[in-house]
Design a protein around this ligand. Structure first.
Ligand code: NAD
Length: 413
């Protein structure tokens, strides 16, 4: 999948707006806009056929005033320093918005993981850790899975870091359960999307029963969001992946569609369901449109075709600045990424806490704490937006930036 993220200029313009509203100096804006440290390394490995291949890896540590740097590790051919920078700064805002004691960082390796064998991926991951091990650690910088990486990747990081230092489970989150992973981490981002919608419905005094949702992307986030929303009474009328959209006005049977997708590797003809183009999902009438796949999926060219009542950003940066403006003019609210998809980093934080305490929580506790943390953040955003008559994105940025600045001021310069 393409992984583009909001352009640097979009992030900086939104950040500048928040700094201006809050009366912060230009120096503070520059400090918040730039990363504390950027690491770039060459990663040479031997391919299975004995040939040498050299990859480029990045780790951007954006801000740690509120706690250790925290953020995913992405394996994708689109990874470059700009993309990693953009994602790292979003992590700083996200952790501040949901008020967990962590900062923001992000990493990536420019590669196509589908073209590498499991053993090659393992060598690549271990070599990357050998290159950056002095800069990461449970109290320094904690990685997690992102696009193209998974629990297995985190297991290799845990093992390699442990071979160089000592075995410390808290050095990564999103690990396999057998290495100290947390129950509920897999579904956390999708569940968080559903919880945010529930909080918005409560705030706007709307009932979720019989509301409809269309979801772009049927991966970790999209699939779990669909299952959780269905449990809350929402009818899922469409889901899409990179090859097509499957649509049924009367509601989709998520488990059946998933089983078919597993069998055929794509959505397949099913009686009563229509198969459409991948982009069709964005133009269907529904109450909640959840882009949970690509960056920049909704843009100047298609924002005027959106027929949803509310957009909920499951992906990072799915709406461009132009789309933001057009949807704003059309009075279609956007629940922003740093709130809507924060469930993953919240449960990553719980995993880190459990590892440090050497004490595991059960799923019930993880789910309850996630719901409490996310709903508290969501209501603060909705109220701030209403009080200040600003968009939900502007409200998110205001709250995050205030918290980061408060911590920076408290540490002194
Ligand atoms: P994933 O790789 O599991 O799934 C991505 C899905 O998007 C796949 O179903 C893929 O087929 C689909 N897709 C790709 N191109 C598409 C297109 N043109 N149209 C429709 N669908 C398309 O990834 P994920 O973990 O679900 O992440 C999705 C997004 O959410 C990314 O932007 C990621 O950064 C963000 N995110 C993920 C997490 C997490 O915990 N997984 C947390 C926060 C944010």
């Amino acid at each position: 999948m393409s992984t583009s993220t909001p352009s640097r200029s979009a992030f900086e313009r939104t950040l500048k707006g928040a700094c201006d509203r809050l009366g912060y100096s230009d120096a503070m804006f520059r400090l918040l806009a730039s990363a504390a440290r950027e690491i770039k390394v060459d990663i040479p490995i031997l391919r299975d056929n004995g040939e040498l291949a050299v990859f480029t890896g990045y780790r951007v540590q954006h801000q740690n005033a509120r706690g250790p740097y925290k953020g995913g590790l992405r394996y994708h051919s689109s990874v470059d320093i700009d993309e990693v920078r953009g994602l790292a700064s979003l992590m700083t805002l996200k952790t501040a918005l949901v008020d967990i004691p962590l900062g923001g960082g992000k990493g990536g390796i420019e590669c196509n993981p589908r073209e590498l064998s499991p053993r090659e991926l393992e060598r690549l991951t271990r070599k990357f850790v050998q290159r950056i091990h002095r800069e990461i650690g449970p109290e320094t910088d904690i990685m997690a899975p992102d696009v193209g990486t998974n629990a297995q990747t985190m297991g290799w990081i845990y093992s390699e870091y442990g071979a160089i230092h000592a075995l410390q489970p808290a050095v990564v989150t999103g690990k396999p359960l057998s290495l100290g992973g947390s129950p509920g981490r897999d579904k956390a981002t999708g569940y968080g999307v559903a919880l945010t919608i529930q909080a918005y419905a409560a705030h706007t005094k709307t009932k979720l029963e019989h509301k409809t949702a269309a979801i772009q992307g049927f991966g970790n986030v999209g699939h779990h969001a669909a299952l959780c929303l269905k449990e809350m009474g929402v009818k899922i009328v469409a889901v899409s992946d990179s090859r097509g959209t499957i649509h049924c006005k009367d509601g989709i049977d998520i488990d059946r569609v998933m089983a078919k997708k597993k069998e055929f590797g794509r959505f397949d003809e099913m009686p009563g369901y229509e198969l459409k183009e991948p982009a069709a999902v964005l133009e269907l009438p529904c109450d909640y449109l959840i882009p949970a796949a690509l960056g920049d999926a909704i843009h100047a060219g298609n924002a005027h075709k959106v027929k949803a009542a509310v957009i909920v950003e499951g992906a990072n940066g799915p709406c461009t600045l132009d789309a933001d403006r057009i949807l704003g003019e059309r009075k279609i609210p956007i629940i922003p990424d740093i709130l809507a998809n924060a469930g993953g980093v919240i449960v990553s934080y719980f995993e880190w806490v459990q590892n440090l305490q050497r004490h595991g929580w059960d799923l019930e506790k993880v789910d309850a704490e996630l719901a409490r943390t996310l709903k508290k953040a969501a209501h603060a955003v909705f109220e701030h937006a209403e009080d200040q008559k600003i968009s939900l994105r502007e409200a998110c940025y205001d709250i995050s930036v205030m918290r980061v600045k408060e911590a920076l001021d408290a540490t002194g310069f």
